[in-house]
Design a protein around this ligand. Structure first.
Ligand SMILES: Nc1ncnc2c1ncn2[C@@H]1O[C@H](COP(=O)(O)OP(=O)(O)OP(=O)(O)O)[C@@H](O)[C@H]1O
Ligand SMILES: C[C@@](O)(CCOP(=O)(O)OP(=O)(O)O)CC(=O)O
Length: 368
């Protein structure tokens, strides 16, 4: 296979299929991810305006089963039904139809099948915990497993790379949810294997402090956010601070690669929190402007700062495009930090709900 630096869209076009497959079922479980350097702003065809890097999560995940049955002849439109948590879910279908249209060129076999998609998430969707990332990566992996049935000789590395390539076309951040534990997406000079087309496992040395990093997600607001990420990305076109922001993301990624090596948590925390606040400041300074943080988001941030100042514990926060707060800390301090979270932060969550997660290894296939 081509090395990732030279791969282009053409490399993902289908090869002649060697097998006929009539009917079957495939299940994949794919995690969400939390960006440390944020993807915010994109060009045409889901190409990111700047590189991003994320921790793959472990417990926040989607499980998707794809049942497929070959039809007598291919249809004009994609022929699929969607069940979310056991019920037909019409409002998730448009995103999936868009996804199928975008990948049709690379997976032309899709229209030959009647597809039934059954999916569920282990966490609330559409509230800034990247359900689109786990949802689209799980579906992309199911599609790739179907392609592998048609082309059994496909190499594993190509399988994973194309799954990430397809997932990106469903939702940009989804391309970072195929593999663990740290994934980079977007061309960046300091990381030769990086690509705008798919996510790659962070290739550098990672200090052991990050090996089992914890992420406790505080559910400040479980409701659907008022502006989707896709709309938010588009508001970076013509944004007065866009170019400076894109440059800053490169600089922060470079700084983070150094931090991954040294394990300097002061630098890590400063960088990660600054990225989260910059993301939200981009939303606040776009036209139209919007605020996705809630009063309790700010209460939690202030409490974290106060606690860090008081105890010296390496605890920091990050945010995605929503009100919920991801609290990040090394595993060796879990006991004491969880105590603080339960005693002082959980009161700010909707129905006192929070999710304990940690850095994970990526998606896995479940045998049906
Ligand atoms: N299991 C799933 N299978 C397929 N699509 C899903 C699944 N879960 C969520 N989605 C899609 O993702 C959409 C939510 O994505 P959106 O970007 O608005 O929010 P999010 O993923 O929670 O937050 P973030 O901005 O952090 O990515 C849903 O409306 C739905 O279309
Ligand atoms: C704030 C973010 O979570 C934005 C995620 O955006 P999406 O990947 O959800 O957007 P689309 O490509 O339009 O589907 C930051 C990040 O995960 O890098």
């Amino acid at each position: 296979m081509e090395s990732s630096f030279s791969m282009t869209e053409k490399d993902f076009l289908p090869q002649p299929y060697t097998k006929v497959v009539n009917k079957g079922s495939i299940t994949w479980q794919a995690p969400s991810n939390i960006a440390l350097v944020k993807y915010w702003g994109k060009k045409e065809h889901q190409i990111p305006a700047n590189p991003s890097v994320s921790f793959t999560l472990n417990n926040c995940k989607t499980t998707t089963t794809l049942n497929y049955e070959k039809k007598k002849s291919p249809s004009q439109d994609f022929d699929f039904e969607l069940y979310f948590e056991g019920k037909i879910k019409e409002d998730f279908k448009p995103k999936i139809t868009t996804f199928f249209k975008r990948i049709e060129h690379y997976c032309p076999f899709l229209k030959e099948y009647h597809l039934t998609i059954k999916t569920e998430n282990s966490f609330p969707h559409s509230s800034g915990i990247a359900s689109s990332a786990s949802g689209m990566s799980a579906l992309a992996l199911c599609v790739m497993s179907l392609e592998k049935e048609l082309d059994p000789g496909m190499a594993e590395e190509f399988f994973n790379r194309k799954a990430s390539f397809l997932a990106r076309l469903g939702s940009g951040s989804a391309c970072r949810s195929i593999k663990g534990k740290i994934v980079v997406w977007g061309k960046h000079d300091g990381i030769a294997s990086s690509s705008d087309l798919f996510g790659v496992e962070y290739p550098g040395k990672v200090h052991e402090i990050f090996h089992n990093y914890q992420d406790t997600i505080l559910l400040v607001d479980k409701g659907t956010k008022q502006v989707s990420s896709s709309v938010g990305h588009n508001l970076m076109h013509g944004h007065p601070f866009a170019e400076a922001r894109f440059k800053q993301a490169h600089k922060n990624l470079e700084a983070l690669t150094n931090v991954f090596q040294t394990g300097d948590l002061d630098d890590f925390m400063e960088l990660v929190e600054s990225e989260a606040l910059t993301l939200h400041s981009m939303m606040m300074s776009s036209r139209p402007y919007f605020i996705l943080m809630k009063p309790n988001t700010l209460e939690i941030i202030n409490k974290i700062w106060e606690y860090r100042e008081r105890t010296g514990m390496p605890i920091c926060f990050t945010l995605d495009a929503g009100a919920n707060v991801h609290v990040l800390y090394p595993e060796k301090h879990s006991e004491i930090i969880l105590e603080f979270i339960k005693n002082e932060l959980v009161a700010y969550c909707e129905n006192e709900q929070y999710l304990c997660d940690r850095i994970g290894d990526g998606a896995r296939r479940i045998e049906n």
